[in-house]
Design a protein around this ligand. Structure first.
Ligand SMILES: Nc1ncnc2c1ncn2[C@@H]1O[C@H](COP(=O)(O)OP(=O)(O)O)[C@@H](O)[C@H]1O
Ligand SMILES: [Mg+2]
Length: 328
């Protein structure tokens, strides 16, 4: 059982409306119960703490996001805000990437536990990989999992619209968001970095990149920073060092390819599909392309009043995607 002191602290934090402390104490209590071997009680306490913390951050976000949700003037062209409901379970990822992301979410929820030991959760991620592999979707899923708002920084707008003032514009964005907890997505970061060495505007691009690097070094309390790129070779080495975790997204093959199709076609019986042939036909396509091909195959089956897509539907759809892919 929790000690009288723990109970008093808990009630006091509640009475004072100190919700962060309430969560921290609950997590502490969970840890001490765990040490006593009360595993089940510890688990219950932890999940209650996560629930309370989720509610707090949603509340805090709602209270604070007003200036960004309704950005005025320049800011409106630099940042967009949303509240995605996407979850990691909606994504088909290789086991390593999946567990890496789940771990990040866990560190976010259990940050009190880390902080008690002088540690901080890892919160700066770089997602690297080909188009259509789920990098942008991952940022939404992280927002969905943490209950934080998703702020997408429109890098392309930052650079092309405000050439000559890029660094100042970035600063404007960073100042506006410094106060607000959220998942910050710097999508296709190479747009920023590749400006470096682009001849005419090298100095300008360097200033922009330096602002960005400084931002990464600042304290972001409980926010998550997610940057993505299709072209890691364009990014400066200095940039890589500033991320806590670099995740590589790949083109799905083998079981991952099968899982991607199965997930999209979950409502159909797929017992007679010859998966070997499907895997071969889908090789080289991105997750996004494979999902679209699965939908094409399903449409054919439905329109032709068949119970489920067949191997031939899938093969045709995947091969057609290959052609579009190459032309595009
Ligand atoms: N790993 C994945 N799992 C589930 N759906 C995916 C995955 N990758 C891509 N998709 C689908 O394809 C769409 C485009 O993916 P996106 O996240 O924009 O890719 P990227 O940012 O890597 O180019 C997503 O909105 C989603 O519908
Ligand atoms: Mg993307």
């Amino acid at each position: 059982m929790p000690s009288a002191q723990q109970l008093l602290g808990l009630i006091k934090s509640h009475a004072q409306g100190d919700e962060d402390r309430f969560v921290a104490l609950t997590v502490q209590m969970a840890a001490s119960e765990e040490r006593k071997g009360h595993i089940r009680l510890a688990e219950q306490l932890r999940s209650l703490a996560e629930e309370a913390s989720r509610r707090n951050s949603t509340k805090a976000a709602k209270g604070k996001t007003v200036p960004i949700v309704a950005p005025r003037g320049e800011l409106a062209q630099l940042v967009s805000a949303s509240y995605p409901k996407t979850r990691l379970s909606h994504m088909i990822l290789d086991p390593e990437t999946n567990s890496g992301l789940r771990r990040i979410v866990k560190e976010h929820w259990q940050r009190w536990k880390l902080q008690e030991h002088g540690l901080a959760p890892r919160n700066k991620l770089l997602l690297v990989g080909p188009p259509g592999s789920g990098k942008t979707m991952t940022a939404s899923a992280l927002a969905g999992e943490t209950g934080l708002p998703l702020f997408t920084v429109l890098l392309h707008g930052v650079i092309t619209k405000y050439m000559g003032e890029t660094a100042a514009k970035l600063r404007l964005v960073f100042d506006a968001i410094a106060e607000t907890k959220g998942v910050y997505l710097f999508d296709e970061l190479d747009a920023l970095a590749s400006q470096r060495g682009a001849g005419n505007d090298v100095g300008e691009a360097r200033r922009a990149l330096n602002s960005f690097l400084q931002f990464l070094d600042e304290d972001h309390n409980d926010s998550l920073l997610v940057a993505t790129t299709n072209h890691p070779e364009l990014l400066d080495k200095a940039l890589f060092r500033r991320f806590h975790l670099i995740m590589e997204y790949k083109i799905p093959s083998g079981t991952l390819l099968i899982d991607t199709i199965r997930a999209r076609l979950a409502m159909f019986p797929l017992d007679s599909i010859e998966w070997d042939l499907v895997v071969e036909a889908g090789a080289g396509l991105s997750s996004a392309e494979i999902i679209r091909a699965a939908e094409d195959a399903a449409r054919d089956a439905v329109i032709e009043d068949r119970v489920a897509p067949e191997t031939s539907d899938l093969l045709a759809a995947l091969r057609a995607r290959h052609t579009t892919f190459r032309l595009g």
